[in-house]
Write a protein that binds this ligand. Structure first.
Ligand SMILES: Nc1ncnc2c1ncn2[C@@H]1O[C@H](COP(=O)(O)OP(=O)(O)O)[C@@H](O)[C@H]1O
Ligand SMILES: [Mg+2]
Length: 228
């Protein structure tokens, strides 16, 4: 796949909950090029998280077209494999497992791969170094600060060399200074690893850091604006 190809292609995607009573996605159209950094903004309840969950195959859409990394997600069967190979998730709440150490948490997505335990350790350590946490690898997440936990979550998201990072309000639970560190880190990794970054945020200054800003309203993409 070269840089001009679309890594995400979505056409008229629809998703409802509660037997059709809640229309979360109402005909989303969106394409994202490989290596792009886009942000998604919109009011609470407009469908941002639902859209991210569809891209990451955490849930399935009702109708429309969604292709991610060349895979047609309306037809694909092996979604676990797709997720572990192509997608890295960073959530607002870091979703780390409290009784595993930092390094064990980072290794989790590699259990879906063919890596052996020493390869897993080596890759996890490399990423924990890149987020400046090599001194805390044996700690439990409960002993870490909010920013440190989010750095572990970022390391975990990157461990399988995903083509896409999906970040849902990654700074939402952090103070602004820590949030800035996390954003800088995500941006740096996006540039260095040429990974596609799709970030949901409700903060305009965060949204404006992206190359493109997509606004979602009532389950539809309302505006799609190139920023740089
Ligand atoms: N699992 C679910 N079951 C029922 N309704 C849901 C579910 N997930 C989201 N919704 C509803 O779908 C709409 C869009 O939600 P969401 O995608 O979480 O919005 P956002 O992330 O923009 O705040 C909301 O009305 C929300 O209540
Ligand atoms: Mg949300």
């Amino acid at each position: 796949m070269n840089n001009t190809e679309n890594v995400i292609e979505i056409k008229n995607l629809k998703k409802s909950y509660d037997n059709g009573n809640i229309k979360a996605l109402n005909g989303i159209d969106l394409t994202v090029k490989k290596g792009e950094f886009i942000s998604i903004m919109g009011p609470s309840g407009s469908g941002k998280s639902t859209l991210l969950n569809m891209i990451g195959a955490l849930d399935t859409a009702d109708e429309g077209m969604i292709k991610v990394a060349g895979i047609d997600l309306m037809k694909a069967k092996k979604l676990n494999l797709f997720r572990s190979q192509e997608i890295g998730f960073v959530f607002q709440m870091h979703n780390l497992i409290p009784n595993l150490s930092v390094i064990e948490n980072v290794e989790i997505p590699m259990y879906e791969t063919k890596a052996n335990s020493s390869e897993m350790r080596e890759r996890a350590l490399e990423l924990l170094k890149s987020v400046n946490l090599e001194k805390k690898i044996d700690q439990k997440p409960t002993k870490l600060s909010g920013g440190e936990r989010q750095r572990v979550a970022i390391a975990r998201a990157l461990v399988n060399h995903p083509s896409i990072i999906l970040a849902d309000e990654p700074t939402g639970s952090l103070d602004s200074k820590t949030g800035e560190v996390i954003l800088d880190l995500l941006k740096e990794l996006h540039t260095k690893e040429n990974v596609t970054l799709v970030m949901v945020t409700h903060e305009p200054y965060v949204g404006n850091m992206a190359e493109r800003l997509v606004t979602v309203l009532d389950g539809k993409c309302k505006t799609d604006e190139k920023l740089r």
